[in-house]
Design a protein around this ligand. Structure first.
Ligand code: GDD
Length: 420
């Protein structure tokens, strides 16, 4: 049997995701119309002999209760949310629930970060892992050398695929091959985590009796039950014939900022074309709005037939899109109203729950981003325009490359601003 664990983190980790994380736990924010965590969960469907999916995090249980029960029914695989009392780190969180995870006596355990967007080639990883015969196999992707330092950089043997060297977010360049945050382990991983944890306890005791100071500066203040998968487990096990890599040539992105959620929404919409084309909107040009490219529209949303929508647009429940509206590259959240007009335009933006956009208004990225970079800059702080919950953009107001916090009313134009 196989068990999958998805690390969802908790509220303190979501600060870079503001203002969207003020309303919803980041793992439940919709990408291509489905909660972020839904994408790795539905990828788990392809794992042979999957017994259970666990989500581990320190959000309140009630945040996940509804989602977890509906997805269990849909997939016919039990999905459970396990709440940590406090953060234990990415490996400590797994270890904390080892007894539950081992109840099904799994031969293999998948471990997935929830904030990555990729095709999750899980059955392929399982096959490769069995061939390698180590305790873990890491999904790896090649990125540009300039961006590699935001991730765990690694070096592997090109023939055997053994992980030879691993450094988490290094200051000087090591490699353009990085850790995707998707792993498969045998249950032996629990021994490795326990090893780190008891080593920490011993050192802490030693320190107490003899004021022993020779500990690594970055581990000095960590409690013994806080264990990071990358620094504490992967780095020391590299080069010991225990860890291997599986390289993907497919898309891969990390989702730390609201702007990246727009990028990842487009990647998942494009994937739906192959995996579940029925989810995508089809414009027939007569009764429905005209649809351009990949678009998701929730069945309860109301779209005026004269609106034009796409590419890369996701529209959530109960949104109302008025006559003549033009939406390109955006996420429209629940209960948004875009008023009937000849010319309301939303380009490269995320419009928060219950917000409303007036007649002739524009909500968009800057011209520089739209024209010169062809809307490629999802990571810039003020690239994608973000409206928080219940923001009102009055008639004829233009909002460019700005972040607007919840409950604001905009009656004059703004550009490159963060409105608190
Ligand atoms: N349950 C729980 N408890 N989850 C946690 C905790 C914890 O205490 N700490 C982190 N996580 C979850 C996060 O929500 C995220 O899904 C995952 O574990 C990794 O988070 P971080 O440890 O903050 O690392 P990171 O996201 O900056 O980088 C990691 O992922 C990159 C790929 O996205 C590293 O492993 C990098 O090497 C890797 O490139």
């Amino acid at each position: 049997k196989v068990v999958a664990v998805i690390m969802v983190g908790g509220p303190t980790k979501g600060t870079r995701f503001r203002p969207l994380s003020l309303n919803i736990p980041k793992p439940l924010f919709p990408l291509a119309g489905q909660p972020m965590v839904h994408h790795p969960i539905s990828a788990c469907k392809r794992i042979p002999n999957l017994a259970q999916i666990y989500l581990i995090g320190f959000y309140e249980e009630r945040d996940f209760a509804l989602y977890v029960s509906s997805i269990s029914n849909e997939l016919k695989v039990p999905v459970r949310y396990l709440k940590e009392e406090k953060p234990h780190g990415s490996a400590g969180g797994l270890y904390n629930f080892r007894d539950l995870i081992m109840e099904d006596n799994p031969s293999h355990i998948f471990l997935l970060n929830c904030d990555v967007c990729c095709s999750f080639p899980l059955p392929e990883m399982l096959e490769a892992h069995k061939r390698y015969g180590g305790i873990g196999t890491i999904l790896v992707v090649k990125v540009s050398a300039e961006t590699a330092d935001q991730f765990g950089e690694l070096v592997a043997d090109p023939v055997t695929n053994e992980l030879l060297h691993y450094t988490e977010k290094p200051e000087t360049f090591v490699s353009d091959r990085i850790n995707c945050g998707v792993y498969i382990f045998t249950p032996d991983v629990f021994n490795a985590i326990q090893g780190v944890s008891s080593q920490r306890k011993d050192r802490a005791n030693l320190k107490r009796v003899s004021s022993f100071e020779a500990m690594q500066p970055d581990t000095r203040n960590l409690p013994s039950d806080f264990v990071r998968l990358d620094q504490d487990i992967l780095s020391p096990l590299a080069g010991k014939k225990q860890l291997y890599i599986y390289e993907t040539k497919d898309f891969w992105e990390q989702i730390k900022t609201p702007g990246m959620s727009l990028k990842c929404s487009s990647l998942y919409l494009a994937q739906f074309r192959y995996t579940s084309p029925d989810i995508l909107a089809k414009g027939d040009g007569t009764k429905n709005a005209s649809i351009d490219g990949d678009v998701y529209i929730h069945p309860s949303a109301k779209i005026h037939p004269s609106a034009k929508i796409g590419p890369n647009v996701s529209i959530s429940a109960n949104a109302r899109i008025g006559a003549g509206a033009r939406l390109i590259s955006c996420i429209i959240l629940d209960d948004v109203e875009i008023k009937a007009s000849e010319n309301a335009v939303v380009i490269h933006a995320i419009v928060g729950w219950k917000s409303s956009i007036g007649k002739w208004a524009r909500v968009q990225a800057s011209l520089e981003i739209l024209v010169i970079k062809a809307s490629g800059d999802y990571n810039a702080k003020l690239g994608v325009t973000i409206l928080g919950e219940s923001v009102t953009v009055e008639d004829e107001v233009v909002v460019v490359s700005s972040i607007v916090l919840p409950h604001k009313t905009l009656n004059v134009g703004v550009q490159d601003e963060i409105l608190l």
